[in-house]
Design a protein around this ligand. Sequence first.
Ligand code: PEP
Ligand code: MN
Length: 371
Amino acid sequence: MERRFDVTPVGEWDIFPEGRPLIIAGPCSAESEIQVMETARRLKDLGIGVFRAGLWKPRTHPNTFEGVGAAGLKWLQRVKSELGMKICTEVACEKHIFDCLKFGVDMVWIGARTTANPFLVQELADALKDVDMPVLVKNPVSPDPDLWAGALERFSQAGIKKLGVIHRGFSTSGRIKYRNSPEWKIAIEFRSRYPEIPFFCDPSHIAGDRKYVREISQRSLDLGLDGLMIESHCDPTCALSDAAQQLTPADLGVMLRGLTVREQDSDSPDYRENIDQLRARIDIIDEDLLSLLGERMEVSRRIGEYKKLNNIAILQTSRWDSVLEKVLSKGAELGLPAEFVKMIFNGIHDASVAVQNEILSDQNGASRGCR
Ligand code: PEP
Ligand code: MN
């Protein structure tokens, strides 16, 4: 497997207590010393070791609460010295980093709007050169995995080895039940592209509403993600930012206890034997699928040549409609979801059309050459 980044395993960061999932919790924003201390105390009682609180808040609209700024650093420092928790906050420019370093902040995260801006990411990476500070990079607001990866590259090139990512969903113009679209496919692909990078999910910013935080958290554990960053406030309904999505520490405790943590693997001989047999069957089926696809493509190529010979257009939509209709009804008989069947066959069809296009343009080239 490709290992792109030189990353220290998260167990050696000296940030998280033993056990999975890794949990970061705390309010969206630090609002007052009392709110910070009260929330942190209750989280600490749940066994949570890493406290988050936003100080500089990138708000959508001006004249809304934009965070208490550097004034909140001494409250975080109290959380660290009195409760022994690790403290982390969001940074968006080099001044934030220098302030954090003065107050013993243990870890920082890069917000979604900042990740989307290479100038700012570079400024932050330069400010963190030669500093042994763990950095968690949230995905950019738009579903652009390369922009996300680019931010990781900038920190990695600045020598940051304690590097992780946070999936917080993507902005979407579509109507969905969540605030940000989880686009699990992108998250899974990113995870498999960079398996060495600790992967967190931020169910609070995906959800936008506390009633969805549990289902998103469970989904990310089912996918084998390493940890969760969850917003929790001692009095969420009065929160100055993201009031609808924050959980009380008590509700967070109930939720965490109800989550099923999946193991990455198991040493049980029974499990090993069964999973190995099933995987061997899958491997054989995959080979069969591939040779059938190869065979299908060969037939498609012959059809392309035949169409060319008879001067027939590549696309006959009525033919494709009837193929789709047939496979959808066969798929339904086999209990396959229609969306899945459509996706597979549209992919196959696209590849067939591409092959036939190639054949046709070859002929054009040849006939031009003859003139
Ligand atoms: C946050 O974590 O409070 C925050 C602002 O997150 P995001 O960058 O994901 O919007
Ligand atoms: Mn928030």
